[in-house]
Design a protein around this ligand. Structure first.
Ligand code: AMP
Length: 302
């Protein structure tokens, strides 16, 4: 089934204990679209500035991503984010955010994208996310991402989007803030009562947990010895989850559990190199091979 992502497309500058990179391709929708393209055909909607290098567009095209919803704003500058990871690299310290065209332009879906069935509202201002939900005709399953910046400063807007979606994906700290409870399970239940019947929480090296219509399920992360750059781990996790769900055309609990295992595997590849470098060369065979190892790792009877 059709899969649409709307969200940030960025030029990122990242510093980790393994090195620094400046002005590399980033943005939640970039990570998501390239990751999900290994599962199904992806539609990408977002805004870029005149300074956005053509070579990045080539990566999207090489993955057969539909770019009809990508708008280049004349005279505009691309969204820029710069972040730093230290020690255990579990949290990004944001050094600078320049919204540029992301703050100036509301997302506009082309007519050809309005019938999208599976939709990921990647990290963006909640008012932008809400406007996307209003442009869709009968979507089957909408998942939203968010972050503390929006939860802390635009809580009412975030709550409006929550009412309009089927699923939320965010990290544990964001879930505690949104669900107003230090206990993660209680926070997830509170969030579900606000709207989404599927609440998916990423816990970094500790894996992911889901609440789906009152049932819980958890998975560990894929065991990795070296993480070079955690940027995009959440987006690539969501890409495997939504890519798998859209391919199956199903959102029952069993499919969501399996989708989480694919999300975990895609995210594990992404963090092995800077930016989208690992995703650039990643193949469906790579995913399937690691998924087989991961399934074995999960099997208590093997
Ligand atoms: P993740 O590591 O999965 O949380 O996502 C990292 C990506 O989020 C980076 O490539 C950034 O460009 C993007 N990002 C950071 N801050 C924002 C923001 N305020 N709005 C939208 N995207 C953002």
């Amino acid at each position: 089934m059709t899969l649409l992502v709307v969200g940030s497309i960025a030029l990122d500058s990242v510093s980790t204990p393994f090195g620094d990179r400046a002005d590399i391709l980033g943005g939640a929708a970039s990570y998501f679209s390239v990751g999900a393209s290994l599962f199904t055909k992806v539609r990408l909607a977002g805004v870029i500035g005149e300074d956005f290098p053509d070579e990045h567009l080539e990566l999207f095209r090489s993955r057969n991503i539909d770019l009809q919803g990508l708008r280049k704003i004349e005279g505009g500058k691309t969204f820029r984010w710069s972040g730093k990871y230290v020690d255990r690299m579990d949290v990004a310290e944001t050094l600078d955010t320049q919204l540029n065209v992301l703050g100036e332009c509301k997302p506009e879906l082309p007519d050809a994208f309005r019938d999208s069935e599976f939709v990921l509202l990647a990290n963006d201002h909640p008012a932008n996310q809400l406007s996307v939900t209003e442009q869709l005709n009968k979507p089957k399953f909408i998942m939203m991402d968010t972050m503390n910046l929006w939860i802390d400063n635009f809580r009412d807007d975030v709550l409006r989007v929550l009412k309009a979606v089927d699923a939320l994906v965010c990290n544990d700290e964001e879930a505690r803030a949104l669900g107003e409870n230090a206990n993660l399970i209680a926070a997830m239940k509170n969030i579900s009562a606000m709207g989404p019947k599927t609440v998916l929480i990423k816990k970094g090296e500790h894996g992911a947990i889901v609440l789906h219509h009152e049932k819980f399920f958890a998975l560990p992360a894929f065991p990795l010895e070296e993480v070079k750059d955690p940027t995009g781990a959440g987006d690539t996790f969501a890409s495997g989850v939504m890519g798998f769900l859209a391919r199956e055309g199903n959102t029952n609990f069993a499919t969501i559990k399996k989708a989480m295992s694919y999300g975990t595997v895609v995210a594990s590849f992404n963090v092995e190199d800077f930016g989208l470098d690992r995703l650039r060369t990643l193949t469906r065979d790579d995913i399937d091979s690691r998924h087989a190892i991961y399934s074995n790792f999960l099997d208590v009877n093997a």
